[in-house]
Design a protein around this ligand. Structure first.
Ligand code: BMA
Length: 330
């Protein structure tokens, strides 16, 4: 490691936490729950922010519940009962609940796609449902078998096919892959696109997509989590990578450092301490400010903002194109 690496007086701050975090906790819920965290987010056509929250009950089983707000920060109107919950009689892959949704609006279908983790005896897998109103959902069922999770759709077709980022666990580890489908049901052309590093790195051994990729003038900006195993448990932190707009399996830049990690009390302690886990964002009217919703310590939902422009500049300053030797090798 070169000595120039240590010349910065301090790290750049890319993430700005809302001072009144957390924005939603179990106490806010209209019915009895254990925790609420890892929420997907979208802006509805009338400008309302909708977040689809992972809610865990006291059995340990999760379902999804929608909350709506005019300003996306407070005044949440929370559905009075679970919005979308497991239906194991018809969908056995959901026997232990549904978790960690990501929402992508698909203009071609004028529909929201909800990609979520379905949890069963085989482990976590990836399931898909479509909805126009977050009241009724059309289930497509399991689209990636266990063990797989941390998945999101891109909003439009690439070369005629829908594209899904996801994180299967295989004998070569827990890396990020992309797969394509002509109809959202049949998936193929699987390619590994970002590999967990090894050894001491913050993103060694296990990585996964966090919120859906953000389309920017330079390509798809991807926030991904790295899971560092330590003597006192797992540390979930976020890093950045940039993928080509038209060939999203091509990684253009990858940051070496994490930019967002657990620091505040509500991130450090809870059911699972030292976890920040964003599953959704909306983009502010300025077209640059990401309004991020993240689960903190698997216990509550917090809010932060970040500038897309600053994230791209940071990637140019502290990222690097993948060297030949960095390319994922099967
Ligand atoms: C991951 C997922 C997330 C969770 C995180 C930390 O594997 O299960 O839902 O937030 O672990 O517990």
């Amino acid at each position: 490691m070169s000595s120039t690496y240590h010349k910065r007086a301090q790290h750049e701050t890319l993430i700005h936490r809302y001072e009144k975090n957390p924005i939603l906790t179990a106490q806010d819920w209209p019915y009895a729950i254990n925790t609420v965290f890892n929420a997907a987010a979208t802006l509805l056509h009338d400008g309302t922010t909708l977040i689809l929250c992972r809610v865990e009950d006291r059995r340990g089983i999760s379902h999804l519940c929608a909350a709506r707000s005019r300003n996306g920060i407070d005044g949440w109107e929370i559905d009075h009962e679970p919005t979308f919950f497991s239906d194991p009689e018809n969908w056995p892959e959901e026997i232990w609940g549904i978790e960690d949704p990501r929402i992508t609006y698909l203009p071609e279908l004028d529909t929201y796609a909800v990609v979520y983790t379905s949890y069963s005896r085989g482990g976590p897998g990836v399931s898909l449902a479509l909805t126009k109103d977050f009241k009724t959902f059309e289930r497509y069922g399991s689209i990636m078998p266990p063990e797989d999770k941390d998945a999101a759709l891109l909003p439009h077709r690439i070369g005629g096919c829908w594209a899904l980022f996801h994180r299967p666990v295989t004998s070569i580890g827990a890396h990020i892959w992309i797969s394509y489908s002509p109809d959202l049901r049949h998936w193929g052309s699987h390619k590994m696109i970002l590999e967990a590093r090894r050894g001491a790195w913050w993103d060694a051994n296990k990585i996964g997509l966090s919120p859906p990729p953000v389309l920017t003038p330079e390509g798809w900006l991807v926030m991904y989590h790295g899971v560092r195993q330590t003597a006192s448990g797992s540390l979930y932190r976020l890093g950045l990578a940039l993928f080509d707009e038209h060939t999203p399996e091509q990684c253009l830049l990858r940051g070496n450092e994490w930019f967002f990690g657990p620091e505040e009390d509500y991130e450090l302690s809870g059911d699972v301490g030292s976890v920040v886990f964003p599953c959704g964002y909306t983009i502010a009217p300025d077209g640059d400010t990401l309004r991020l919703y993240y689960g903190a310590a698997d216990t509550c939902i917090a809010f932060a903002t970040a500038s897309i422009r600053e994230m791209l500049a940071w990637l140019h300053a502290y990222g690097h194109p993948l060297e030949k030797t960095d390319y994922p090798v099967l």
